[in-house]
Design a protein around this ligand. Structure first.
Ligand code: FES
Length: 380
């Protein structure tokens, strides 16, 4: 007991001033217990004699788990920043890139599992066994009670006895370091590697499968159907529409890798096409020029500018394109202007043409980015 003032209280226990800085954690704890009418009915240290072989064994196990946590977390960081890169689509396989995502999950999972086990083993095997009984209190806590609570927490901290367990202390430092590094890896990773850089240093938000330079060796990208057959103008009757994809080598243009590239190709009636042609020159906001049509054919991104659903319910009498997710409607003859629902931007237009062999192709990639607006792109 430290040297401080005590007061005799009913029941024989000594009341102490919990704000006395000379009190030990244990003394503050005892005062708190007394005031809160808590009775400790069982208290038993797990290792009454410190430094036994059994205690050291448990310490080594905890230290091992903490080090495992740190190593796994560091492995996560190394894999995350490795040149393997994030694959666009997960394939089960044996190449290094196939292992990228599973290894990230495994290492981070192992790290969290290890620190969880370390805490569990420490609590179960090193902390004293204690059973306490407390009466319920309804009133708010007084400043004194808060001081007692702080003292109690201090006592719990001191019970961990980390000071006299240097192995666990060191392992905890290393493990925490690794786990901390894993926690900051993702935000820092964005600073190390520009997320706006795609293949050939292109901006992935502005590059779709219609980019001939990046994906087709500079050759114009033809339109294909889902079965990879090329599309001719005569394949679509007047007033009709079909979904087309970039015709890339190996048929990859119809895969998930180019999920931002589907386009709705529409064959307008003469008068509707003329209305659109007139409006294109007035509002060329979703294509760089007003000449992006081919005859009465026009192509718009199928990715809704609200939240990215496929907008493909085309009503040919009114020339409205409806997105089924939240009912946005785009008026095709007014250059895909949103006229109803939550979408705020026009659908991006794809400039199209017909090549010497009579197949439809994209003259260039979209002039504006496809899909929903985001903070770095104006909603026009
Ligand atoms: S995603 Fe199309 S309206 Fe919401």
């Amino acid at each position: 007991m430290s040297n401080h003032e005590t007061t005799e209280v009913p029941g024989g226990a000594k009341a102490v001033d919990p704000t006395d800085p000379n009190l030990t954690y244990r003394e503050v704890l005892d005062e708190g217990l007394r005031r809160d009418e808590i009775e400790i009915v069982h208290y038993e240290p797990q290792f009454p004699v410190p430094g036994t072989k059994a205690e050291k064994r448990v310490e080594r196990l905890v230290a091992f788990l903490l080090l495992l946590c740190g190593l796994a977390a560091i492995a996560f960081v190394v894999i995350y920043v490795s040149p393997l890169g994030q694959p666009k689509e997960y394939h089960f396989g044996t190449t290094a890139q196939d292992w990228f995502t599973p290894l990230l999950g495994f290492t981070l999972g192992l790290s969290l599992f290890a620190i969880g086990m370390a805490i569990l083993v420490y609590g179960k095997k090193l902390l004293p066994h204690e059973i306490a009984i407390q009466q319920r209190h309804n009133d708010p806590s007084s400043p004194e009670d808060r001081a007692l609570a702080a003292g109690t927490l201090g006592f719990i901290g001191s019970e961990f006895n980390i000071q006299r367990r240097p192995l666990i202390k060191g392992a905890l430092g290393l493990g925490g370091l690794g786990l901390g590094a894993a926690a900051v890896a993702v935000p820092v990773g964005m600073l190390l590697k520009d997320p706006h850089k795609g293949p050939d240093d292109t901006d992935p938000y502005m590059t779709t499968g219609w980019n001939a330079q990046v994906f087709n060796d500079g050759k114009p990208v033809r339109m294909v159907l889902e079965d990879n057959t090329y599309v001719r103008p005569e394949d679509i009757s007047t007033g009709g529409q079909i979904t087309v994809f970039p015709g890339l080598p190996g048929g990859i243009g119809v895969t998930n890798e180019f999920a931002d590239s589907p386009v709705l190709l529409i064959h307008l009636r003469d008068e509707d096409a003329q209305t659109l042609r007139d409006n294109l020159y007035k509002y060329p906001v979703n294509a760089e020029d007003g000449g992006s049509m081919w005859n009465n054919f026009v192509a718009y991104s199928k990715i809704c500018t609200h939240a990215g659903c496929p907008a493909s319910l085309y009503e040919q009498q009114t020339n409205r394109l409806l997105c089924p997710c939240h009912q946005s409607q785009f008026l095709i003859t007014d250059n895909a202007r949103p006229i109803f629902g939550p979408a705020a931007r026009r659908l991006p237009m794809l400039a199209i043409g017909v090549d010497d062999e009579g197949y439809l192709f994209a003259r260039r990639d979209f002039d504006v980015s496809v899909g929903p607006a985001y903070w770095e792109r104006p909603s026009k």
